[in-house]
Design a protein around this ligand. Structure first.
Ligand SMILES: [Zn+2]
Length: 416
């Protein structure tokens, strides 16, 4: 039987969305540039950006929720693509000892340094690790972080590395932030493997990583390539195993010396090579060829009073994407502010404010393999963005310290 045609009601001509936001300049960070849309509008549906453009060109959306910001700027949600936020204890006592003149050697002889964090992490329950990391996460969330990577690497045993990764996964399911987990078991040589680093690499490759992959506990695998940690040959074994399990890789490389870990990382199509103070032009060329992101960590540079800057000019010349991160960790970068990292990257490394902001948005997403879904304000990307009552994006870099007021929209809804 034929169904009579009905003329559509007026509403049927309207596109519908869940929420519409306007009245601010949109700093889209498309392709890692400011790419500003003045007086823009964003329509959100099902947690994603349905439409974005100048408010004057905005279709007549049927929106359940409408927000006029009445000025200011909107940036993508911030991405902290390199942190060690899960750990037991802290090292503020050591920090004070060092400033009172106690040497690194004496602190290490007292059981300090990374081993004190390893011991505290092993002793902590999973819930204690979750609670302490949640506490440290709050300052990052308050300043607009919507995606954070967290590494294991203080357990250094199968049981404790799994406990850390489970804690990281639990944070992802309980906190209002996208959490990416990275297995950094090859962070340091555990005390019971001193002088037997290859045996520890065996444990990582043959026992730990297969369990991590089977339980989907990590999104990537990282290692520390340095004289005081693991050689390029040992790192390569970890990388080969990770790739055989379908896990992408990244690497702490060239922080204190030039072992060409970043070239090794590039050869394995790593998502990122991180630190890079001692990277050479050939390393940078290799990274450019593989599309490996340079993750720069000014907090550690500052706290260690380093003097060798990462080769920013070479990254620019060869077109290597530069990301920025807090490297939040108990020893070398107890940093709980990405905005402070923006300022440090510009003052210490002489990055431009535009490069720095791209480093915690578009290029931060790329360092996590998330550039298709996160890091810029574009149609179909996840609706993670932040409204700031500021006149221009450089203000995010300029104000030193303190908390700027902001409204965080996470997956399309205001995060309280
Ligand atoms: Zn690190």
């Amino acid at each position: 039987m034929a169904v009579p045609l009905q003329s559509p009601s007026p509403c049927d001509n309207k596109m519908s969305c869940d929420s519409l936001w306007w009245g601010a300049d949109l700093v889209t960070l498309r392709d890692g540039r400011y790419s500003i849309i003045e007086n823009g509008a964003i329509a959100v549906k099902d947690g994603k950006i349905l439409w974005i453009g100048p408010y004057a060109q905005c279709p007549d959306f049927d929106a359940a929720q409408r927000t006029d910001f009445g000025g200011g700027i909107i940036t993508p949600g911030f991405i902290d693509c390199h942190t060690h936020l899960v750990f037991g204890g802290d090292r503020s006592g050591e920090f004070e000892q060092r400033l009172n003149g106690v040497s690194y050697a004496d602190i290490a002889a007292q059981g300090g340094g990374i081993l004190s964090t390893v011991n505290a992490t092993r002793e902590a329950t999973q819930q204690q690790l979750i609670d302490q990391a949640a506490f440290r996460l709050q300052p990052l969330l308050a300043e607009g972080v919507t995606c954070v990577e967290i590494k294991s690497g203080y357990g250094l045993s199968v049981e404790s590395e799994l406990k850390m990764l489970q804690a990281i996964r639990a944070l992802g399911s309980t906190q209002q932030v996208e959490v990416k987990a990275t297995c950094l078991a090859a962070h340091a040589i555990p005390p019971e493997y001193q002088g037997r680093a290859d045996d520890y690499i065996d444990l990582i490759c043959e026992t730990l990583l297969p369990q991590v992959a089977a339980a989907s506990l990590a999104d990537a695998v990282d290692a520390f390539c340095e004289h005081l940690a693991f050689s390029p040959q040992q790192v390569e074994r970890v990388f080969n195993k990770a790739k055989s399990l379908g896990l992408p890789v990244k690497l702490h490389a060239e922080q204190l010396s030039a072992l060409h870990g970043s070239t090794l990382a590039a050869r394995h199509a790593a998502l990122s090579a991180d630190h890079l103070e001692y990277a050479t032009e050939s390393d940078v060329q290799a990274m450019a060829a593989s599309g490996t992101v340079a993750v720069l960590l000014p907090g550690a540079y500052y706290l260690l009073r380093e003097t060798q800057c990462p080769p920013i000019a070479l990254f620019r010349r060869h077109g290597v994407a530069m990301a920025l991160a807090s490297d939040a960790n108990p020893g070398t970068s107890p940093a709980l502010s990405l905005r402070l990292m923006l300022n440090m990257a510009c003052t210490l490394f002489r990055m431009t404010p535009e490069e720095a902001l791209a480093g915690i948005t578009y290029h931060g997403a790329k360092a996590l393999g998330l550039q298709q879904t996160h890091g810029s304000l574009e149609i179909n990307k996840v609706a993670d963005f932040v409204h700031w009552p500021l006149a221009r994006p450089a203000e995010l870099v300029y104000w030193l310290g303190g908390q700027l007021p902001c409204t965080v929209i996470y997956r399309g809804e205001i995060r309280l």
